[in-house]
Design a protein around this ligand. Sequence first.
Ligand code: CO
Length: 386
Amino acid sequence: MVERLQSGDMRALARAISLVEDGATGAAALLAECRRFTGKALKIGVTGPPGAGKSTLVDQMARWLRGREETVGVVAIDPSSPYTGGALLGDRIRMQEQADPGIYVRSMASRGAVGGVASAVRDVCDVIEASGRGWILIETVGVGQDEVEIARLADVTVLVLVPGLGDDVQSLKAGVMEIADVFAVNKSDCIGAERVAAEIVAMQGLSGEKTEWTAPVVQTVATTGAGVAELMTEIMRYREHRASEGATGNDGWWKRLRLDHLGVAVKSIAGARGFYEMLGMTVEHEETVEHEQVRVAMLPMGESRLELLEPTAEDSVIGRFLAKRGEGLHHIAVKVADVDAMFARLRENGVRLVSDRVRVGAGGHRYFFVHPSGTGGVLVEIVGER
Ligand code: CO
């Protein structure tokens, strides 16, 4: 069964989870086998009072991760499972129906779990992780003792608060504020959001506890996705913080992003390479790209490279750059996992691109250029991994 899980068989995954939930014969053996493949996924607990918009936020986080080619499992803990309808369920079913095998959503009953909810959730997460998912989002329904327990098994806990629930931050039960590694003030387009954020910060100041990590406060609007990127960044920042303390985790998009190369426009490669060779670098590859009227020399530098660009015609891109600006940094190139997805995302977000489509360069690598007007003044080249 574990083999079938790992081959991406969604029905096997659903069945394995049911076996484990029911404590059926063989469940223990199945779990033991699954656990040979666990320990790499990042588990994010999302908790907060009912009505805070957690489900919508979790859906946005999942979509955001899928946009980065990450595989996601969602475990929604419902006190009265099976899930009792509503727009959110419809949304989730649609998400799965779009036949995206990269996302798997499962709701779980919190009542009657043998040995406690937290341990049942952990088991289900282990099965999902064994199916190869890199991220698991665990959504709880409220902020009681069970939720605190569940938060403990997540690597990162996001506490979602909202303005206008009639509750002050101060009225949250003791022990709830402390579980947050990151705060999300959701519905931040509503009146009172600023006050909620300010109250959190004030409480953090009051606690007087000196810790190395102060949970950051991110404002989100789950219905539009606003703030989700910031939320994910803070989650990653927390993860990095924990990693520096010895915890381990998965290798996601932020680790796969690379500075691929720096492009430097020079009058002559022969004249410029001497200095870099003095540094200990060597020209690994040199070629003329006819259609761009440029001669290129690549000098590896750790995981990146230096790209020296010499024009073969005055009226070429690099030739004109030299005439206008002189020798110097021409562009920086960032390597991403999926160049087509990045092209689509940037274009969707109205970023001005120089290239009208993803182009194929020397050696078959695929790339496009982003206009300096949207990047802080630097021409940015986006290169795909493959
Ligand atoms: Co380049």
